[in-house]
Design a protein around this ligand. Structure first.
Ligand code: SAM
Length: 272
């Protein structure tokens, strides 16, 4: 096998594992529904625009934009979530085109969209340079790219790093998702292809009775945590116990009045 074919194989395997990990995410749409409205507002979505929601999951951003009158396409790696997305658009009587696919290889023509958005989605692609090149390729010149990501120094970014410390290292060439939460990294990744970058911060609030309740819920629904529990549960239960302890301590820092506060970063830019 050539080196290129081997590399491709590594990334395909990585995405296959991601697909399995994310397939139980649907209950978390209650958390990402309010933040979807915030991203759509940040992107200044207008009626009649052609909009692509990348890593759309159950379609919370897509549905929000379609209700404003945008012509929406939602793309995601995980078929189980697209099923729920179809149901979400059906319930709201909206025409949205849902498609299974990979942000690193978007099945669209150049300059097909006025707006490309991603809420906590494209950040999970293993190769940020490939993902961002694809998102910009399908965007019209003068169009808007906008996304929400998790800052590395705050709760969810810290969670990714904690999970990273307890999992085997990812294959070479796979970038950690928390880097997408750093404005300096984002500026570098978008580079000269865009102008007028605007950052903002917003807060997701998640109800939880205790850090343990929150942990149990996330272990059943959030891809990276779910995969870790699956892997350590089988190979090293003691280490899994250590992870759980560390994770609960992290959640405790952000839990107040039965709400876990999770601040995130919003980015918007115009394609040159
Ligand atoms: C945290 S969920 C966010 C889902 C949705 N945007 C929301 O806000 O509810 C991450 C999503 O990214 C998707 N995803 C991960 N890697 C992807 C890839 N390479 N291409 C497309 N989607 C991907 C997952 O399937 C999952 O639906």
């Amino acid at each position: 096998m050539s080196a290129l074919a081997q590399d491709t194989d590594v990334f395909e395997k990585f995405k296959e594992a991601q697909k399995q990990g994310w397939s139980h995410f649907a209950p978390l749409e209650v958390m990402t529904t309010p933040t979807a409205a915030r991203l759509v507002a940040h992107a200044h979505v207008l009626p009649g625009q052609q909009l692509l929601d990348v890593g759309c999951g159950t379609g919370v951003v897509a549905v929000t934009a379609a209700r404003l009158g945008a012509h929406v396409t939602g793309l995601d790696l995980t078929p189980a979530l697209l099923e729920r997305a179809r149901e979400n658009s059906r319930v709201a009587s909206l025409e949205i085109e849902w498609r299974e696919g990979d942000v690193e290889k978007l099945p669209y023509e150049n300059a097909a969209f006025d707006v490309v958005v991603s809420q906590f989605g494209h950040m999970f692609a293993p190769r940020p340079d490939v993902a961002v090149a694809e998102m910009l390729r399908v965007l019209k010149p003068g169009g808007t790219i906008a996304f929400s990501t998790w800052p590395p120094e705050l709760m969810v970014g810290q969670t990714f790093q904690l999970v990273g410390r307890y999992m085997p290292p990812p294959p070479p060439g796979v970038s950690p998702p928390h880097q997408w939460g750093d404005p300096n990294v984002i500026r570098e990744r978008l580079g000269a292809a865009v102008r007028d970058i605007v950052f903002d911060r917003a807060r997701m609030r998640v109800s939880a009775l205790s850090p343990q309740h929150y942990r149990v819920h996330l272990e059943q629904t959030a891809g990276p945590v779910l995969k870790l529990v699956e892997s350590l549960g089988a190979s090293d239960p003691t280490r899994l116990g250590e992870f759980r302890h560390a994770y609960e301590a992290l959640v405790e820092e952000y839990l107040e009045d039965n709400l876990v506060r999770q601040d995130y970063l919003l980015t918007r830019a115009t394609k040159n």
